[in-house]
Design a protein around this ligand. Structure first.
Ligand code: HEM
Length: 529
């Protein structure tokens, strides 16, 4: 033994420690890397997936691109295994299975995960991130906020915002009857005005005064995958508690403070004004929280009720954090996906003037029939507009990735394979919508795919712009109404054309979570006579 010790440059116990660590690391990696092969599931090698994780981290590829690549690499399989930071995930490719897992298998896939961590991220208590019973309760309470009666009220707000947009364009067209406009900026400003009014009842004035709109800067920042956010997300995949351990929050503290503060200010203003007409989501949330006599203070503050009383029983539920989180998620979801859909739609219409003209004829006919104004009830008469927006979301599924966390082991029907708890599930709707097997000539913008004669030919589970199952987009009808109002306004007043600065195809932003054009989208608008 002494001879051995004298031959080694390090003391024996140090060597033993290093060897043990090496063996443990090797065992851990071996366990991880062979996860899918041991289960007999076709899979992508962990190293390849790790390279993709790095591409996301260094902003070489967007999250939509990464999962689209994994979907394509698993061609020929209905599903396949992959890894995210060496943690096993599953890519579901088959439309019938997608429906089955997300609807019938909901008890195993009801969360997106990881669980909100309000210590590390005060705004994480929102519908996207909440799980289990907390999600169920919030979703159940919020669903009536998107009823037809509420949407009808919101439509008036949407029309007012679109009218401001029109006034802005009319001023620009005043001298020459036409103008070149960055439609991306204009649509974002319009959408911001809409969502500010619908979510909190505030006027953002983004169309009128875009340079001074603080909300625009903050919300656009929120949608960008920053270095901080990428670190946070990758750490969270390794272990949900890891970001907290490093004291890392997903966004700059100033942004979080801004969003918490505007929600609080808006709530105080509403309480003082004592408004009773519940036009916006915040008003509705305040009504829910007060009528249930639930606490709306942070859990680490004193337990004071909204009506001033002190709680002595009942659940601590509608905290300030939760209300701010829900409202922020509405602002967040209401801006980028809606504006991107409207931008893609207008961009396609420029390249298909015959579709633009058919749309104009339809809008004019409905307008005439209803006495010169398109009312809320008239929207459903605009069948062709519906086809055009559906086709926009087919070709440009702005939320092109669905994700779930397995919360309860799930046996894949017809096999002995069990998806274990905590395995992530992903569906690339981007790839499904562009798969020629489901949508022939996928690059062609063809609203006829959604005509009355053809719509039944769409394979269930292959077209999911708003998701699937009980966690589908809660605001689908509002989102469609929002996009349509913008398109109606522009097509009614102007013809859309290419100009010298119009790109042939749009390059996508790699830093946003949803599909979104990277650069300005220039178009020429000519006033209709
Ligand atoms: C064209 C615009 C929009 C598109 C394409 C879109 C798409 C989606 C998709 C794909 C999901 C995930 C569904 C799933 O996982 O199955 C989702 C969820 C959600 N969306 Fe939207 N969305 C849009 C607009 C909006 C707007 C305007 C709001 C709010 C005002 C909103 C609020 C939400 C919320 C809160 C969720 C989470 C629902 C839950 O987990 O219960 N979305 N959306």
């Amino acid at each position: 033994m002494e001879l051995l010790t004298s031959l080694l440059p390090l003391p024996l116990n140090s060597v033993l420690i290093f060897v043990s660590i090496g063996l443990l690391a090797w065992y851990y990696l071996e366990e991880k890397l062979s996860y899918w092969s041991r289960r007999g599931v076709p899979y992508l090698p962990a190293l390849k997936c790790l390279v993709q994780d790095l591409a996301f981290f260094f902003k070489r590829k967007s999250i939509t691109e990464i999962f689209a690549e994994q979907h394509r690499l698993l061609k020929g399989h209905k599903y396949g295994g992959a890894f995210q930071m060496l943690q096993p995930s599953i890519i579901l490719r088959d439309p019938a299975m997608i429906k089955e897992w997300l609807v019938k298998g909901f008890s195993s896939f009801h969360d997106r995960g990881p669980e909100p961590n309000e210590k590390a991220d005060k705004l994480s208590g929102n519908l996207f991130q909440l799980g289990g019973d907390r999600w169920r309760r919030v979703r159940h309470k919020l669903s009536p906020a998107f009823s037809s009666a509420k949407l009808k009220i919101m439509y008036e707000t949407l029309k007012d915002c679109a009218e401001e947009c029109n006034a802005h364009l009319e001023a620009r067209c005043a001298s020459r009857g036409e103008t070149e406009v960055d439609i991306k900026d204009l649509v974002i400003n319009y959408t911001l005005d809409v969502i500010g009014a619908c979510a909190m009842g505030i006027k953002c004035n983004a169309v009128q005064d875009p340079e001074n709109c603080e909300m625009k800067r903050v919300l656009r920042e929120l949608f960008r995958s920053s270095w901080r956010q990428s670190c946070y997300q990758l750490m969270e995949v390794v272990h949900p508690k890891l970001p907290e351990l490093f004291g890392l929050s997903p966004r700059q503290p100033a942004i979080e403070q801004f969003l918490m503060a505007i929600t609080k200010d808006a709530m105080e203003m509403k309480t003082k004004a004592g408004q009773s007409n519940r036009k916006d989501f915040l008003q509705i949330l305040m009504k829910i929280s007060s009528s249930e006599s639930e606490v709306i203070r942070d859990s680490n503050e004193d337990l004071t009720l909204l009506d001033g009383g002190v709680i002595d029983e009942g659940p601590l539920f509608w905290t300030e954090n939760l209300i701010s989180g829900v409202i922020t998620s509405f602002l967040f979801a209401g801006l980028e996906p809606v504006s991107a859909t409207a931008i893609f739609c207008l961009f396609e219409l420029v390249h298909y003037p015959e579709i633009q003209e058919r749309l104009f004829v339809e809008i004019q006919a409905v307008r005439k029939e209803s006495g010169g104004e398109i009312k809320y009830e008239d929207l459903k008469k605009l069948r062709y507009l519906d086809q055009v927006v559906n086709e926009t979301l087919r070709k440009h599924p702005v939320a092109g990735l669905l994700g779930r966390n397995c919360t309860e082991p799930f046996q894949i029907p017809g096999t002995s394979v069990v998806v274990e708890k905590d395995v992530k599930l992903f569906v690339s709707t981007y790839c499904l919508h562009r798969d020629p097997e489901y949508f022939p000539e996928p690059d062609k913008f063809d609203p006829e795919r959604f005509s009355e004669e053809n719509i039944d030919k769409i394979i269930p589970g292959s077209y999911l712009p708003f998701g699937e199952g009980p966690r589908f987009c809660i605001a689908q009808r509002l989102a469609l109404m929002d996009v349509k109002t913008m398109v109606i306004t522009l097509i009614s007043g102007y013809t859309l054309h290419r100009c010298a600065k119009t790109a042939d195809r749009l390059e996508m932003d790699k830093t946003t979570f949803t599909l979104s054009p990277k650069d300005p989208v220039w178009l020429r608008l000519k006033k209709r006579l």
